[in-house]
Design a protein around this ligand. Sequence first.
Ligand SMILES: [Fe+2]
Length: 303
Amino acid sequence: MSYKIQQLSFDPTSLNGFSPKLINSHHANNYGGAVRRLNAIRAELANVDWPSVPGYRINGLKREELIAANSAFLHELYFQSLGPCTGLKLGGLSVAFNRDFGSFDRWLEEFKAMGKALGGGSGWVLLSVSTHENRLINHWSADHTHLLGGATPILALDMYEHAYHIDFGADAASYVETFLLNIDWDKANAGYAAVVEHATVHLAAPSEEVLANRENVTLLDVRRAGAYEASNSVIAGATWRDPEKVVEWSSSLPEKPVVVYCVYGHEVGQSTAAILRSKGIDARFLVGGLHDWIAAGRPAEKK
Ligand SMILES: [Fe+2]
């Protein structure tokens, strides 16, 4: 079964500062070329006589398969990263930037500097969600073969010269600045949410169980500061803690199981529970968050 080329999910004429010629050439020739190489290599692998094939041929084919596959998959993420710039909305990913980098701007400075540092060279700059370390991380990837163990890329910057030479010549720095103006943050946010949700399904605490067991757990409201301040309600008995400072306050919790809740029970609460777990705390997140708790008529109180 051959791997299929994914079509662009946006109109190439809609980008700001990138020509359709560059985007279409990159997609058809470089991404498309990687998919065609991957299919050719896998067709050859299907016919290898493994007991008799020389080791050097196995090494070559499997190395080239990895290069072609990662080139194809990272190009797909690169093109998914582009689109009409939506701006980063306040929510799970913005909380994670503040928590893991200190601020969005600090993350941006690092990501941008990494891209510009590859000017004149080649490689990828990736923003990934590490479920191993429960954090966002920027990392370098060379020759389409370096990925970080336990981490899933959610944003990819292609620093191979073919990604920019048609529009920018050798001016890699301007290309990096233009890329950053064309990020579809809604897609990056959705990628982050999917990784966090997948990694934390085992930490889900159903509301009926939390209600029945309230005396035995520390209930923490970990809504984003702005969301907490704009709200009038909390779950009775809960204490607010800033999810962006979880590492700071995680060491001062009483020795009881913890249930955290956010607005809807998605990535803010899920990622906070995962970080608390990594600190040895018996933590889970409330399914459905405060929204479903109140909708079900469970006890809440005015702040
Ligand atoms: Fe590329």
